[in-house]
Design a protein around this ligand. Structure first.
Ligand code: HEC
Length: 145
């Protein structure tokens, strides 16, 4: 009997600890969008490098394809989020539109890279279009610190 109660106390104490640690992390200004953007930025770096010249592109176009697909996936995760919508920003339907442009630009780059005989200039062009969709969204929704 005694042992059982002690055990239960330990279990509920550790549950409470886990719960409070989780809520601390959530309060740390690291919302889901922020975490997503860090991943987006990482993929973007790989794409920038992979498309910057013909030699690099020939070597890594498979990676470019994968990473562009990953970006499209991240875009789809960002699309429904409302973290960045405030009274000072355009409403959520504008966000969805910008996310869709971003997803499309990522998919276009993936399609180009998926063709084994595509040229680096094409990929670079598609990457530049993609970069523009980042800026467009940041202009409306990213608060400068
Ligand atoms: C649909 C809108 C949208 C698109 C598209 C978008 N971003 Fe963002 N991004 C945001 C918002 C809003 C923030 C600020 C939110 C935050 O960091 O908490 C942000 C923040 C960032 C940050 C800062 C994160 C940090 O660590 O402080 C980076 C870097 C970033 N974006 C890179 C990119 C890149 C690169 C692309 C394109 C490949 C991109 N973003 C596309 C909305 C977008």
């Amino acid at each position: 009997m005694n042992r059982k109660w002690t055990l239960m106390a330990v279990v509920s104490l550790s549950t409470a600890l886990v719960a409070s640690t989780a809520s601390l992390a959530a309060n740390d200004d690291e919302g889901p969008l922020h975490v997503l953007m860090e991943k987006v930025n990482k993929s973007n770096g790989v794409l920038r490098k992979g498309t910057r010249n013909a030699i690099e592109y020939k070597k890594t176009f498979k990676k470019v394809e994968e990473e562009a697909k990953e970006l499209a996936k991240l875009g789809k995760e960002a699309r429904p989020l409302k973290d960045a919508i405030t009274s000072k920003t355009p409403p959520h339907d504008k966000w969805v539109k910008l996310a869709d442009e971003f997803i499309k630009a990522s998919e276009d780059l993936a399609t180009i890279a998926a063709k084994g005989d595509s040229q680096q200039v094409q990929a670079k062009e598609a990457f530049n279009v993609l970069t523009k969709t980042c800026t467009n969204c940041h202009n409306d929704y990213k608060v400068e610190e």
